[in-house]
Design a protein around this ligand. Structure first.
Ligand code: 13P
Ligand code: SF4
Length: 314
């Protein structure tokens, strides 16, 4: 099937099956263009909790599919490729995290949404990069907190809020790799460009950033900014919506350290293709299944996040 046929078949199947296609900003342009809903991790969870579709097709990575299933257990939740994991979620195995929590009695556990359902089940409140700072600030300043698994995001929150959260030592392989030298070189070439970065980046990159935020916040920032040029330190999929909504502005992705490659794509996110989307809708597989006892435990801290986000107007 060629691309046009694939698009037409996906659109036909979607209506026939009352399915909603939900995509993260790090997906290929084609997938973003065919999606009914595009968002950051928080928006995808919010949408999954309220949609009335029968089938949710999550174009992202496994933890996003799991979050959708946890919130909508009676719906069929499909992902495009079972292998679409997340290096950050993988950096936090549940047994080791449980032992870490036991070593720090009396601490509240705050986990980034980029975690397995099993890690969420050990968590008091889940956060995403859109609401993490505000949710941490909603706890009293002397509350002892464990934050996992992203050490860069954790350090960034500690520096903004004056907290001293105990951090799990995990990271995302994409955001860890941005090259400081190449960023400095790009800034020399485009001195008026604003540097914008995701908080999963290393401190050395964040220190140079004019604006730090989640994918949705970065998108909003460039849309509202009077500046014309941006050096973007996050997965380059986000550039698609930036270019679409601001065609007159210039967006340059910050490259990784690896000199053989100029791209900064997430190898897990980019496993998804239009072809896989078509097969997934047609065959209604692979599905996300979560054992009910685990789902109930993981649901609580996600609901808490959604409630706090609503109260915070996020
Ligand atoms: P957000 O879209 O929530 O900023 O998350 C980025 C990310 O790394 C998702 O895997
Ligand atoms: Fe995970 Fe990083 Fe890929 Fe996001 S970009 S899915 S945090 S590996």
């Amino acid at each position: 099937m060629d691309k046009l046929q694939l698009i037409s078949e996906i659109n036909r199947l979607k209506v026939e099956k009352n399915a909603i296609i939900m995509a993260h900003y790090y997906q290929d342009d084609d997938i973003q263009d065919i999606a009914d809903f595009i968002g950051d991790s928080l928006a995808l969870a919010q949408q999954a909790a309220k949609t009335d579709a029968d089938i949710l097709v999550i174009c992202g990575v496994n933890f996003m599919g799991e979050t959708a299933k946890i919130l909508s257990p009676d719906k069929k939740v499909l992902i495009l490729d079972k292998e679409a994991g997340c290096s950050l979620a993988d950096s936090c195995p549940v047994d080791a995290f449980e032992a870490f929590i036991k070593k720090h009695p009396g601490h509240k556990v705050i986990s980034y949404v980029n975690t397995s359902a099993a890690v969420k089940a050990l968590t008091d409140v889940v956060v995403t990069s859109t609401n993490a700072v505000s949710i941490v600030q909603s706890f009293s300043k002397n509350k002892k907190i464990i934050f996992g698994p992203d050490r860069n995001l954790g350090n960034y929150i500690n520096s903004l809020t004056g907290r001293n959260m105990v951090l799990w030592d995990g990271a995302c392989h994409v955001h860890e790799q941005f090259s400081l030298e190449k960023l400095i070189e790009l800034k020399k070439q485009l001195p008026l460009a604003k540097i914008i970065a995701h908080p999963e980046c290393k401190k050395t990159i964040l220190m140079l950033a004019d604006f730090i935020g989640s994918t949705a916040s970065l998108l909003k920032y460039v849309q509202r900014s009077d500046y014309e040029e941006f050096l973007v330190a996050t997965e380059s999929g986000i550039l698609h919506q930036m270019k679409k909504s601001c065609p007159e502005k210039i967006f340059v992705p910050v490259p990784p350290d690896d000199s053989t490659c100029e791209c900064n794509e997430c190898s897990f996110m980019r496993l998804n293709t239009l072809e896989k989307l078509y097969h997934c809708l047609k065959n209604e597989t692979p599905t996300i299944e979560i054992e009910e006892e685990l789902r109930l435990k993981a649901e609580k801290p996600i609901h808490k996040m959604l409630k706090l986000s609503k109260e915070l107007g996020l």
